[in-house]
Design a protein around this ligand. Structure first.
Ligand SMILES: Cc1cc2nc3c(=O)[nH]c(=O)nc-3n(C[C@H](O)[C@H](O)[C@H](O)COP(=O)(O)O)c2cc1C
Length: 175
């Protein structure tokens, strides 16, 4: 199974969580996993739509990885979806190119899981902030997987704090 990890962190140089996770993934040298760093490829947000679509055509599983910014994904990932999921390609008439593919999502969040439970009765979980993924992935004929979430990134900001999340992260990407 071919997997594309669409990484969308605006500042990997200062990242602790995503940097540690992605470095652990790189070390594994998985043949069937492509790490696709959007901010590195498109610092000016000028996305090569055809190249992105071709990459997705060859993937069975597409995983978004983003830190949570304002209860959402980072802006380049949103623009990437706006640009790449074109009418007539991803949805609408003849828009079947992503049908049957699996879509995963990996989040790192500054807050703890408990913070999310307690904060907002109308949005009782971080997952519920990302409910838009349900109709989005449904519209493009994909299968949305449960997320892999690493919480508490603002409480504990040392590499050692990320290490326990690595096995689950690697499993999520490769299973
Ligand atoms: C602009 C901005 C907005 C953020 N918004 C949220 C948020 O809504 N919820 C949350 O849990 N953390 C939020 N955070 C914290 C980040 O999610 C956290 O720092 C990041 O996941 C840590 O990963 P990293 O070490 O790879 O940067 C925000 C951080 C920034 C810079």
């Amino acid at each position: 199974m071919k997997t594309v990890l669409v990484l969308a962190h605006p500042n990997m140089k200062e990242s602790i969580y995503n940097k540690t996770l992605v470095e652990a993934l790189e070390k594994q040298n998985y043949k069937n996993v492509i790490i696709h760093d959007l901010y590195k490829l498109y610092p000016d947000f000028n996305i090569d739509i055809k190249a992105e679509q071709n990459l997705l055509l060859n993937a069975d599983k597409i995983i978004f990885e983003t830190p949570v910014y304002w209860y959402n994904m980072t802006p380049l990932l949103k623009k990437w979806m706006d640009d790449v999921f074109e009418h007539g390609w991803a949805y609408g008439h003849n828009g079947t190119k992503l049908h049957g593919k699996k879509f995963g999502w990996i989040l790192t969040a500054g807050a703890s899981e408990q913070d999310y439970k307690e904060a907002q009765p109308q949005l009782p979980s971080l997952e519920s902030c990302f409910n838009f993924l349900i109709p989005t992935i449904d519209l493009i004929g994909g299968k949305l997987l449960d997320p892999y979430i690493v919480y508490g990134a603002e409480y504990n900001r040392e590499v050692k704090d990320v290490l326990p999340s690595i096995p689950g992260y690697l499993d999520y990407i490769t299973k």
